[in-house]
Design a protein around this ligand. Structure first.
Ligand code: SF4
Length: 237
């Protein structure tokens, strides 16, 4: 276990050295509490809005939509809560499932605004925030944990398909379910917003760029010297 903890710390050093690749994938290494980690967005509310929009849609498209929402002053939960979902959908052109997402976003914005906004949400403890987010239509575990970490600065780790694929291959470890993965990784990583955000940005980037679902591109991968699977391949395993 000690070895894995030391090794996972080295993973963070590798991710820090990949800052330009992270940026290409929409992750900006920033101050621990900054919302900018999330694609350079300007506020925690923009993290929440774009976390819903990015489901099944490329970040580049969401990024363009966020610029349009900013220009139209529709980048706050209060503004979205007052919108008709069809009007919001019209502002989301390019986003997959934009009518469904517009409906969901208006409902989420209304719920958070009604309770008193992000200030009121921030007063709840982690379990209460998570429960509240998970009760929203269209918010699953990964989106809830992404919002908690990147918008609300709560110490949690979103578990994506990239996280599972990369960590399984690097360490030969497999969690039994979402919660098992989340708790185990939170235990192994140094505890901190900077560390958790960097870890998520790093594994997602490695999963998209090199650790592909079919054939991983191990020769070019920055994790090749630490990776269990890459070593097996080198040794003819
Ligand atoms: S070395 Fe290969 S298997 Fe390991 S993380 Fe990189 S791409 Fe994936």
């Amino acid at each position: 276990m000690i070895e894995v903890i030391e090794d996972i710390k080295r993973l963070l050093t590798v991710f820090e050295g990949m800052s330009s690749k992270l940026k290409e994938n929409g992750w900006i290494i920033s101050e621990p509490e900054s919302p900018k980690w999330w694609g350079g967005v300007l506020s925690p509310e923009e993290v929440i809005i774009s976390a819903i929009l990015v489901q099944q849609t490329k970040w580049e498209i969401v990024s363009e939509v966020m610029v349009r929402l900013r220009q139209g002053k529709l980048n706050t939960l209060k503004a979205i809560a007052e919108l008709n979902p069809v009007d919001l959908a019209n502002a989301l052109s390019g986003v997959n499932l934009r009518f469904t997402k517009a409906n969901r976003l208006v409902k989420i914005a209304k719920a958070i605004t009604l309770m008193g906004g992000l200030g009121a949400l921030s007063k709840l403890n982690d379990n209460e925030v998570r429960e509240m987010l998970l009760s929203m239509d269209g918010v699953g575990y990964e989106t809830a944990d992404s919002i908690m970490l990147f918008a609300l600065n709560r110490l949690t780790i979103p578990i994506s398909t990239y996280t599972i694929r990369v960590i399984k291959r690097v360490y030969g470890y497999s969690g039994s379910n979402y919660e098992d993965w989340r708790i185990t990784l939170m235990r192994l990583l140094p505890r901190g917003l900077y560390e958790y955000k960097l870890f998520h940005a790093g594994v997602v980037t490695v999963g998209k760029e090199w650790c592909l679902k079919g054939t991983p591109r191990c020769i070019e991968c920055p994790l090749r010297n630490q990776c269990h699977l890459a070593k097996l391949k080198t040794n003819g395993g």
